[in-house]
Design a protein around this ligand. Structure first.
Ligand SMILES: C[S@@+](CC[C@H](N)C(=O)[O-])C[C@H]1O[C@@H](n2cnc3c(N)ncnc32)[C@H](O)[C@@H]1O
Length: 252
């Protein structure tokens, strides 16, 4: 899937955007002092860091299946319990947390409903489960332009548009299927300036995530064609990618 990669490569590819979502997701989950919270699919720790800033390291736990990301999240957030695990099988007892959050993870779960139900299991009754996924389906994810270019050259490409939670309303449906209550769906915005086309493109060349994995599988000629297709769709100078994510919160 492209997540057994160096944390720094992830930071440049997706972490640069996910940082902008973390405060929005923590606000949606109403994370506040005195709570104990879990970050599911923490990656190198963008959301973990926000939770630590709000609650202190001792009140935060995190999990991720990627060994390199677990190591990075531990190093970057000393004092946080970071374990190697997937959402579908969380290594915590029932009712262990006040809130359980998953930022940009539901669409990668093997079974999103099982993963969300498991997040609910480890959350106390009355506690909150919250998650967000880019609007890949509505064409407003940070990678949408990349996938548009890839589709021009390869109409059958498996872009991320059909993944779970990546279209309006679907996250709420998944929450409902996981038996969460009082579900609210909302949209987050993340606008990021890139200094040049090269600064935007370079992070796609390190095999990170489905986009990076797709580039890594192309031969040199196809890679150059894809880069050129992207280049013609973007200005050379500084430009802003304006992205949207679908988010939901539910009560256990
Ligand atoms: C796009 S990254 C998001 C990382 C981090 N939450 C952030 O906002 O930057 C997706 C993460 O989900 C993790 N992941 C993939 N499948 C998962 C699963 N079934 N359960 C939990 N995490 C998973 C990956 O290892 C990766 O760290």
């Amino acid at each position: 899937m492209g997540f057994d990669v160096a944390a720094e490569a992830y930071d440049r590819y997706m972490g640069r955007y996910s940082l902008l979502l973390s405060p929005q997701l923590a606000d949606l989950a109403r994370v506040r002092g005195g709570q104990r919270v879990l970050d599911v699919g923490c990656g190198p720790g963008a959301l973990t860091n926000e939770l630590v800033a709000r609650l202190g390291a001792a009140a935060v736990a995190a999990v991720d299946p990627s060994e390199s990301f677990v190591a990075a999240a531990r190093a970057r957030n000393p004092g946080v319990e970071v374990l190697r695990a997937s959402a579908e099988r969380l290594p915590f007892p029932d009712r262990a947390f006040d809130a359980t959050l998953a930022q940009l993870v539901v669409h990668f779960m093997t079974d999103p409903v099982v993963g969300l139900a498991e997040m609910a299991r480890v959350t106390r009754p009355g506690g909150v489960v919250a998650a967000c996924v880019w609007d890949h389906g509505g064409g407003q994810g940070p990678l949408s332009l990349f996938w548009d270019a890839a589709r021009l050259l390869d109409p059958g490409v498996h872009d991320e548009s059909r993944l779970a939670g990546a279209r309006e309303g679907h996250m709420a449906e998944l929450f409902e299927a996981a038996r969460l209550r009082e579900i609210e769906e909302t949209a987050f915005s993340a606008n990021l300036e890139h200094s040049s086309f090269d600064a935007w493109w370079e992070p796609f060349t390190h095999g990170v995530g489905p986009g990076g994995a797709y580039v890594a599988d192309l031969d040199a000629e196809r890679k150059a064609e894809l880069r050129e297709a992207c280049r013609t769709m973007l200005p050379a100078g500084p430009f802003v990618i304006a992205a949207r994510a679908w988010a939901a919160r539910g009560i256990v």
